[in-house]
Ligand binder design. Structure first.
Ligand code: AMP
Length: 159
């Protein structure tokens, strides 16, 4: 089933100059860019996006991380996009994520390390967890006018 999903290339991905490298992987897999923008979110928006985590112990550090610099917000579309993108991102904890995944190849943090330092686990990318989450997050981050429908040349083979 064709789906849309939201990804955020977090401040560590932007500051490390990894946006092109990461986006390249998704494009190469056959996922289509429907919308993209750079946003530096504030604490209010962070709480909205991370509503499920606001009451958790690590939220303060997560808030600091996600508001520390601009993020690149992108809507991708493709067959089973939500699952495919999560798979390509790898486990939330870079220490556990497999080589070949984005976090496995480009990040090293662990929960222990982050907790000891009192910082958020830096894992480069956020990706919607379910189709329902994707729908809500896309609405939160993008207006209808910022999303574009067009035909990609390789759709003959990826659809
Ligand atoms: P997610 O909803 O998967 O984007 O999770 C929220 C983000 O919070 C993760 O991607 C990590 O950056 C961070 N995070 C999640 N759990 C922890 C934790 N136990 N300690 C520190 N940071 C965490």
């Amino acid at each position: 089933m064709t789906q849309k999903t939201l990804i955020l290339l977090k401040p560590d991905a932007v500051e490390r100059g990894l946006c092109g490298e990461i986006l390249h992987r998704f494009e190469r897999a056959g996922l289509k860019i429907m919308g993209m923008k750079m946003v530096w979110i504030d604490k209010v928006f962070a709480a909205k996006h991370y509503d499920a985590h606001v009451k958790k112990d690590f939220y303060k550090s997560l808030e600091e991380y996600i508001t520390s610099g601009p993020v690149l917000a992108i809507v991708l579309e493709g067959v089973s996009a939500v699952t495919i993108v999560r798979k390509m991102g790898g486990d939330t904890e870079p220490k556990k994520s497999l080589p070949g995944t984005i976090r496995g190849d480009f990040a090293v943090h662990s929960y222990d390390y982050a907790d000891n330092k009192g910082i958020s686990i830096k894992n480069l990318i956020h990706a919607s967890g379910t189709a329902k989450e994707a729908e809500a997050e896309i609405k939160m981050w993008f207006s209808d006018e910022e999303l574009h429908s067009y035909e990609a040349v390789h759709e003959k083979h990826t659809r």
